[in-house]
Design a protein around this ligand. Structure first.
Ligand SMILES: [Zn+2]
Length: 64
């Protein structure tokens, strides 16, 4: 049985027909939100990592 992960509070909901999260009451985005949400989160993480590295490189260059 597959769980739906709430996009708001990240709790797993084991009711396939649930429209609202049992934990926080927000509506569940049903359109394969699990995979897309995870991919988007991973993408955002790498953007932040890239920004961090760029900032670090610029700082190193500036202080030379
Ligand atoms: Zn929730």
């Amino acid at each position: 049985m597959s769980a739906i992960i709430c996009p708001h509070c990240k709790n797993p909901i084991y009711d396939e027909d649930a429209l609202l999260c049992h934990y926080c009451g927000n509506s569940l985005a049903r359109v394969s939100s699990g995979a897309v949400g995870k991919m988007r989160a991973a993408g955002m993480k790498w953007v932040l990592v890239a920004l961090g590295v760029i900032t670090l490189v610029i700082t190193i260059i500036m202080f030379q």
